[in-house]
Design a binder for this molecule. Structure first.
Ligand code: SF4
Length: 264
């Protein structure tokens, strides 16, 4: 069984081609900017909501999350197999942190591989090294977050230290895994000259083992979700990065010699 909070068909930003993205619940991090706060708890979450019916407010409930058999998730995935084949796409497992439900994730990856599907795991990198080793041969691509280089800032804004994340990234790269670093661009959190130059140096040293970097602009669309979930949002008055900042960062990150894609 796995607990998911969404299955998105026809996704085009979570790896190559047309994909199905399966969002698994549970995350060991608590990023201040998290745009999927409903993903953080392992179990489904029920919240009170109000709906408008014929102009009147009606109280109701909304459940975030559903527990499903692995085979049922695979059935969903296989519905669009011909789109994956035609577009060079496949399946992406995201979250939350998909490795939190390790046994379920592994079985899903095995099922996808039995059907010869391209597999991507979108990860924070915060999991045991032995877990990454177990799924490495089942995973065609890792989308790997790089949030803050300064360990204290990383701890402050995500709730965990970044040493395990950086060590796991090196282990994957040294083992020949296909990995794309994804950097969420959050003004004032990881856009200082120190943070940016720290990331550029880190990436430059590893550039020979990678092809590209993705810069993901922070957006504020999750603010309503925090209210609905009655969760406290720690980022206030943070502006979305404008086009000028994104282009400037793109140019700076190109110093690594890697292709830099805004959005991913
Ligand atoms: S790692 Fe991703 S899902 Fe987890 S808290 Fe951070 S942004 Fe949210």
């Amino acid at each position: 069984m796995v607990t998911i909070f969404d299955i998105k068909r026809f996704a085009v930003h979570d790896g190559p081609g047309i994909r199905t993205t399966v969002f698994l619940k549970g995350c060991p991090l608590k990023c201040a900017w998290c745009h999927n706060p409903e993903s953080q708890a392992m179990k489904p979450v029920t919240v009170d909501i109000e709906r408008k019916v014929n102009g009147k407010s009606v109280a109701g409930k909304k459940v975030y999350g559903e527990t499903m058999e692995v085979e049922a998730v695979l059935e969903h995935i296989l519905k669009d197999a011909h789109f994956y084949e035609e577009s060079g796409g496949g399946v992406t497992f995201s979250g939350g942190e998909p490795l939190m439900q390790f046994e379920g994730l592994k079985r899903l990856l095995e099922g996808c591989k039995q059907s010869s599907l391209h597999t991507t795991v979108d990860t924070s990198g915060y999991a045991g090294r032995e877990q990454f080793e177990e799924i490495m041969d089942l995973t065609d691509l890792f989308l790997y977050d790089l949030k803050n280089m300064d360990p204290e800032l990383h701890q402050k804004y995500t709730g965990v230290d970044n040493s395990l994340i950086l060590t796991n990234a090196d282990h994957l790269l040294n083992s020949g895994a296909n990995l794309i670093f994804r950097i969420p661009v959050i003004p004032g959190i990881n856009t200082s000259p120190e943070e940016v130059s720290g990331m550029v140096s880190f990436l430059k040293e590893r550039a020979e083992r990678m092809k590209e970097i993705h810069l993901l602009p922070y957006h504020r669309i999750a603010e309503n979700k925090y209210q609905r979930l009655k969760m406290k949002q720690r980022l206030h008055r943070v502006e979305e990065p404008g086009e000028a900042l994104m282009l400037q960062l793109k140019e700076t990150f190109e110093q690594t010699g890697l292709e830099v894609i805004i959005g991913g």
